[in-house]
Design a protein around this ligand. Structure first.
Ligand SMILES: Nc1ncnc2c1ncn2[C@@H]1O[C@H](COP(=O)(O)OP(=O)(O)OP(=O)(O)O)[C@@H](O)[C@H]1O
Length: 210
């Protein structure tokens, strides 16, 4: 048996539709280690698919498993394997970035503080670490989520439009980090984008159409 080739996430016959917007009917996908691109035009359901995989949006039918742990049967254990933040979240607004990072240890036992100085430096976040998140610009707040993702050590990492609102230097840094984590074989990274970007080593594409 080649365990290393087993998919990290299995979605089986997922169905999710909004009342006036059909999105997914019996969608089955397997996500391996490495970087998976979820691509699609405006409104094709990229964000909704990430939220479904995170266990944030409940599917109307179907099954999700990460390394054999079922979202339906063991929701807490499933969610602890996932790093996901809705980029527009205001849930952590009263925390500083430092406090937010510290709060993640409870959920992610592999959260690696030793990575934070290089991550915050690479994303030019260092001057903002002691500000409450509501004080940060959209781009800086998105950088906090990105730094957290790269430090969390979660099995499945879901990034919604990770280059949005970022300056060029930070985009280059995120591309560099994605190249680094692409080889972390127990980890899967799922990245929702309008289209592929140069320099990111995608291994799999889930195409939601234009
Ligand atoms: N809460 C909701 N109620 C009803 N329809 C919704 C809701 N949220 C999203 N939709 C619709 O579902 C579709 C998919 O939305 P979603 O945000 O998942 O798409 P997306 O591919 O991420 O698009 P974008 O990149 O434009 O955000 C869109 O047509 C959107 O208008």
């Amino acid at each position: 048996m080649k365990h290393s080739n087993a998919p990290i996430l299995k979605a089986i016959n997922l169905t999710f539709n909004y009342p006036h917007q059909e999105l997914f009917n019996n969608l089955s996908v397997e996500i391996p280690a490495g970087i998976t691109l979820v691509r699609g035009g405006d409104g094709r359901g990229k964000s909704s698919l990430l939220r479904l995989l995170a266990g944030d949006l409940p599917a109307q039918a179907g099954e999700l498993q990460i390394n054999g742990v079922s979202l339906n049967e063991q929701p807490d254990l499933y969610r602890r394997q996932v790093f996901w933040v809705d980029p527009r979240s205001e849930a952590f607004d009263q925390m500083t970035a430092h406090e937010y990072f510290a709060s993640l240890h409870a959920t992610y036992p592999k959260f690696d503080d030793s990575l934070l100085p290089a991550l915050t430096e690479g994303l030019s976040l260092t001057p903002h670490l002691d500000k409450k998140l509501y004080m940060l610009s959209t781009g800086s707040k998105r950088k906090v989520w990105l730094a957290a993702a790269f430090a969390a050590g979660a099995t499945l990492n879901l990034l919604d439009d990770p280059f949005a609102s970022l300056d060029k230097a930070s985009i280059n840094f995120v591309v560099k980090m994605l190249n680094r984590v692409a080889g972390n074989s127990p980890q899967a990274w799922v990245i929702a984008l309008y289209d592929a970007v140069d320099g990111v080593p995608f291994t799999t594409t889930i195409d939601l159409g234009d």
